[in-house]
Design a protein around this ligand. Structure first.
Ligand code: ADP
Ligand code: ZN
Length: 217
């Protein structure tokens, strides 16, 4: 199964990906996680990424597309497909992704479009806490960790992302509306779009999608 997760910041892409990757045995490729890892290691790419991410702006298409191309060229053994989270975010990235997948003769199956309303988005982003060690996502009230400030998965420390503040969230929403939303039409015309009500809990969405994908093979 080859999937793309599309939706505004805070729609729950990462959380849904976390539930789907094991049940569907697919590789979760999160552009945000890749860039935050580079930032943590203070690499040249990480330093470049930080300038854009702190402002809530997108990195140049060429930079992120190159990262995805390298990832998709060497699939992880034992995984039957992938789940792209946070890529593509522009129509140009979507077109380049199609070209890459044509080369490896593996077109996308579905684009899961997470539709969430603004109050839900704001509530999710402002309460979000992320594990500094493994990237697992929690929420101060919706999905609190068992021990405050500690990751359930690996015991690492939780932190609040610097870009999860009100001002940067506003920029990210604008960027989403102008640069990312046009992708919806692009995938609609390819008949790949699967709209989902992302105001609902991701556990609910995961159960529904598992049923759908396991029925259709
Ligand atoms: P969210 O979906 O919560 O906004 P992500 O973790 O997916 O956050 O992305 C964080 C930031 O990383 C984005 O605001 C952007 O600066 C950068 N980024 C992630 N994916 C892309 C992409 N496909 N193209 C350009 N920039 C990206
Ligand atoms: Zn962790």
């Amino acid at each position: 199964m080859r999937l793309v997760l599309l939706g505004p910041p805070g729609a729950g892409k990462g959380t849904l990906a976390g539930s789907l990757k094991d049940s569907l045995t697919i590789e979760h490729i999160s552009m945000g996680d890749i860039l935050r890892e580079e930032m943590k290691n203070n690499t040249a790419l990480g330093k470049q990424a930080k300038m854009y991410i702190d402002r809530g702006e997108l990195l140049p298409d060429e930079v992120v597309t190159k990262i995805i191309e390298q990832k998709l060229k060497k699939p992880i053994s034992g995984q039957c497909g992938f789940l792209l989270d946070g890529f593509p975010r522009t129509v140009q990235q979507a077109k380049d992704l199609d070209a890459i997948l044509r080369k490896i003769k593996n077109p996308l199956d579905y684009v899961l479009y997470l539709k969430a309303t603004l109050p839900v988005i704001i509530q999710r982003l402002t309460g979000r806490r992320v594990c500094r060690n493994c990237g697992a996502v929690f929420h101060a009230t919706n999905r609190p960790p068992k021990k405050p400030g500690i990751c359930n998965e690996c015991g690492g420390p939780l932190y609040q992302r610097a870009d999860d503040n009100e001002e940067t969230i506003r920029t990210r929403m604008d960027v989403y509306t102008h640069s990312t939303q046009p992708i919806i039409e692009y995938y609609e015309s390819q008949d790949k779009l699967l709209p989902l009500d992302a105001d609902k809990e991701s556990e609910y969405l995961a159960v529904m999608l598992n049923e759908k994908f396991n029925e259709n093979g």
